[in-house]
Design a protein around this ligand. Structure first.
Ligand SMILES: [Zn+2]
Length: 470
């Protein structure tokens, strides 16, 4: 078979292509942002750009189900520096959480955010809308505007952050039920931050009254039962309302058990975990937490060695659908204070894939095909983007991350695009396995760790094409 096209935009030669259904050595032909052929033919069309992937693996560009970019509050991160770090780390689609100024609670805010994002982002972006009691009558209009799903927090925010969280929270089970009942009508998923706020409030008060200020006190204020309670509640309410629920950043073995049970019964419940829960434990608050132990502070907190084992198991047996970054960098001044006041969050765009290749693939905890499922394919399916995203086949968007499993590096501040001002727990860690190229809709946006920053604005909004109502 010859090519009807004599000249195309991009050819990726000599790589081993990895999807969940095959690993094959073949060349990829790309034109007008789409994959037009996978081929072993000797005669390829001429191409404007040729990438030689010899000795490397070509995976679908990664899809992050849980990103924070925060703009216009640029004290934390913003669309340009955030998506630059994402490009460096192999992510080609980010699904952005709706915490902003204001929270993404109605169509007007959503549409303004699309404009801002498309003018700045280097990679593609989907936007969550808020799923809260304040905007329960705006859920339908957010779905019509193109929201990828809805995010819900199960507690009222601090008064100082009320504007950022407008339309993003419920205060009790009744309100959660009302919100899920509305979201169910859209067919879109409800992503829920699943920690039991009542229990955390009681335990935090006890620990603070006892004068505890050490990093472990924070861990003790959020034991695994807080996640188990919340996940159980979300699961039951999702069934009662026929809403598709997605558990955000699951971190405990208790959570994995509930998800396994739900999946065995074919309930509409999905879950993500995050890289920090796979490589850090509570003991690391001391080792990698910076001067106050706070660099490792995140919500929910990092767990135990047993939690790590069951999370890897859950990623392999399908209990956990995806690995999301929950990328949320904070400047040193918001981290370097006592454990209670320090901001919660860890930057993750650039470090996630090297950590997964080092501690997952190269240590035999997960194979490359399963890695593809949990870093791109499953998120694309859950959020209605498949097979446009998360797949390497004719007609899909030409989004790729090319990896070298043998390349080694040390995680150093000067090589991070989320740099300088931010607290990072992994500095000095040695990694083996790195992304060498990131390609978003046929455009090379990262090569050998260097992001082609003038491509900012290349990113476009992605919308769910087929709300998945299986
Ligand atoms: Zn988050």
């Amino acid at each position: 078979m010859g090519f009807s096209l004599t000249a195309v935009d991009l050819v990726i030669k000599n790589g081993k292509i990895v999807t969940s259904s095959f690993i094959v050595e073949a060349d990829i032909v790309v034109d007008q942002e789409k994959i037009v052929a996978l081929t072993k033919e000797a005669h390829l069309p001429s191409a404007d750009t040729i990438v030689d992937a010899k000795g490397k693996f070509v995976l679908p560009g990664m899809v992050d189900a849980h990103s924070h970019l925060h703009e216009p509050d640029v004290s934390k991160t913003d669309f340009i520096t955030g998506t630059t770090a994402a490009a460096a780390g192999g992510w080609t689609t980010l699904l952005e959480m709706p915490i902003s100024l204001p929270g993404v609670w109605n169509q007007e805010v959503f549409e303004a955010r699309v404009k801002l994002a498309e003018s700045k982002c280097l990679v593609d972006i989907g936007l969550y809308g808020g799923g809260g009691i304040q905007n329960v009558d705006r859920i339908e209009e957010l779905a019509a505007a193109g929201a990828i799903g809805f995010k819900t927090f199960m507690n009222e925010p601090l008064e100082s952050r009320a504007e950022e969280f407008i339309g993003l929270w419920v205060a009790n089970s009744g309100q959660q039920f009302q919100v899920m009942r509305e979201i169910a009508k859209t067919g879109l998923p409800n992503a829920v931050h699943s920690e039991d706020a009542d229990l955390i409030t009681v335990l935090t008060k006890e620990l603070q009254e006892a004068g505890r200020m050490d990093p472990m006190a924070y861990i003790e204020s959020r034991p695994n039962v807080t996640e188990a309670l919340a996940v159980s509640k979300v699961r039951l309410l999702a069934q009662a309302t026929r809403c598709r629920a997605h558990i955000c950043h699951m971190h405990s073995s208790e959570g994995v058990k509930i998800l396994m049970d739900a999946k065995a019964k074919e309930e509409q419940l999905t879950a993500e975990t995050c890289p920090h829960y796979l490589v850090l434990t509570a003991d690391d608050m001391e080792h990698y937490g910076g001067p106050h132990g706070t660099y490792v502070k995140c919500a929910p907190p990092v767990g135990s060695k047993e939690d790590i084992i069951s999370l890897w198991r859950g990623l392999n047996n399908g209990a956990i659908d995806c690995i999301a970054t929950d990328h949320s960098p904070f400047p040193h001044e918001q981290k370097e204070t006592n454990i209670w006041d320090a901001a919660s969050g860890i930057p993750a765009f650039q470090t996630t894939l090297p950590l997964l290749l080092t501690y997952g693939v190269n240590q035999g905890k997960i194979d490359l095909q399963q890695l593809v499922k949990v870093t791109s394919e499953n998120a694309a399916k859950i959020f209605g983007l498949y097979p446009q995203k998360g797949e390497i086949q004719m007609g899909s968007d030409a989004d790729f991350v090319i990896i070298d499993l043998k390349r080694e590096a040390t995680i150093e501040e000067q090589n991070l695009y989320t740099r300088g001002a931010y607290a990072v727990p992994y500095l000095g860690w040695k990694v083996k396995g790195l992304p060498t190229h990131t390609i978003c809709r046929g455009t090379v946006i990262m090569e050998d760790g260097v992001v082609i920053e003038e491509k900012s604005g290349h990113g476009v909004l992605v919308r769910p094409t087929q709300p998945n109502t299986e």
